[in-house]
Design a protein around this ligand. Structure first.
Ligand code: PLP
Length: 393
């Protein structure tokens, strides 16, 4: 039976960055949005707003904040109040505000690489020091899994002769797809408490959990963690409305929240009214059936991809992501054998007319890798894999 997610939607007729960054004969499997239509309740509400005709300023966000707080309660039994919720125009904006209000130049921001590239720009923008706790790569029959190496993590704290002021956490992790366990999250929270480090936790992928995995917001792990956390969430990745640019910072510490709001006001940051509508509908729960179907489809795509790589590309290693629609592929053996050349993004565009994210942009641990976006109809996925095969032939 065909799934709604099998439908091919022409995105070249839109302004999609994913579909226009490379020449038209290149199949894009890079930037992290999906090639699926958003759920119909969201589209219906947006049509309704457009139909009204007037798209003026909006500042009445109380209902939206209540909806966000209620979703945290429902999903995680996490007691968030509407007043703890601060809308932001995006999560990258959110973690940059966090760094601006909390860190001083020459202090450190700790990250776990390989990681979403904007995590490495914050330090440049704030004059802070990048402190890297590289994740540990574990290989089991060509399947990659990433874990925290606790010695590496502890050694990275206050490294580079700088006091660690903020830990920028990616939970679940992009690009490895790791869902951190309660024990891991508790241990991170304890280290941050002991060393007096602010936690800024980017949880944008928290509802894209495959195989029934469970997400734990770090702020929900203890009252102490809640008091030192800025948690960033959004409907954007989950319901594929990233272009509407609305996210939320959940900040339960009043002093930190006031600073965060003051900084956003001074920068005159606003969120857009169509994004409010989409977020309200998405997080209200009426799209949860759509999400359930999506997660099944993504897990099937992931399984197809992992099996295809195992069967067709000897020497290539791949993650079996527990979350997200992003896989992480290791070509280092093929590079050593001289079968592929770097940069890998250029190699695959040139030889196979298919575009992936270049691994080196994800920082240390990204050399020899590409990130593969499997948030697309199965037919597109097959096409991407066949193009990869042509490149590797
Ligand atoms: C971990 C992570 N954070 C943030 C973003 C982007 O968030 P926004 O568009 O809301 O700034 C992405 C997009 O891929 C991401 O993977």
């Amino acid at each position: 039976m065909l799934s709604q997610f099998d439908k091919i939607i022409d995105r070249r007729s839109s302004n999609s960055i994913k579909w226009h960054a490379f020449p038209d004969d290149v199949l894009p499997m890079w930037v992290a949005d999906m090639d699926f239509a958003a759920p119909s309740p969201i589209l219906g509400a947006l049509h309704g707003a457009i139909g009204h005709g007037v798209l003026g300023y909006e500042f009445q966000l109380e209902k939206l904040k209540e909806i966000v707080a209620a979703r945290m309660q429902k999903l995680y039994d996490w007691d968030v109040k509407a007043e703890d919720v601060v809308p932001v125009p995006g999560l990258v904006t959110g973690f940059n505000i966090a760094a601006r209000i909390h860190t001083k130049p020459a202090e450190g921001i700790l990250i776990q690489t390989p990681v979403y590239p904007p995590f490495m720009k914050v330090q440049e923008y704030t004059g802070t020091v990048t402190q890297i706790a590289e994740l540990k790569k574990v290989v089991n029959e060509e399947i990659l899994h990433y874990e925290i190496d606790w010695d590496v993590f502890e050694n990275a704290v206050h490294s580079e002769d700088a006091k660690t002021s903020m830990f920028l956490f990616c939970n679940p992790h992009n690009p490895t797809g790791t869902v951190y366990s309660g024990d891991d999250i508790k241990r991170i929270a304890d280290i941050c408490e002991r060393e007096d480090i602010l936690i800024c936790s980017d949880e944008i992928h928290s509802e894209l959990l495959l195989d029934g995995n469970k997400h734990i917001p770090i702020a929900a792990i203890s009252p102490e963690a809640a008091q030192r956390s800025i948690t960033l969430i959004a409907a954007s990745k989950t319901f594929n409305v990233a272009g509407l640019f609305v996210g939320f910072a959940i900040i339960q510490n009043e002093e930190i929240r006031k600073k965060f709001i003051k900084e956003s006001q001074e920068m005159t940051l606003h969120t857009n009214s169509l994004g409010h509508i989409a977020s309200e509908v998405a997080l209200s729960g009426v799209c949860d059936d759509w999400l359930e179907e999506l997660l099944i489809y993504l897990a099937e795509n992931r399984d197809f991809l992992v099996n295809y790589v195992k069967e067709n590309f000897p020497g290539v290693r791949i993650t079996n992501p527990e979350s997200t629609f992003l896989a992480w592929l290791d070509f280092s053996t093929l590079i050593e054998q001289g079968k592929v050349t770097t940069p890998l993004q250029d190699f695959f565009i040139e030889k196979g007319k298919v575009a992936f994210n270049e691994g080196t942009t994800f920082g240390p641990g990204g050399e020899g890798f590409v990130r593969f976006n499997f948030g697309c109809p199965r037919e597109t996925l097959v096409e991407g894999l066949e193009r990869m095969k042509v490149a590797l032939a």
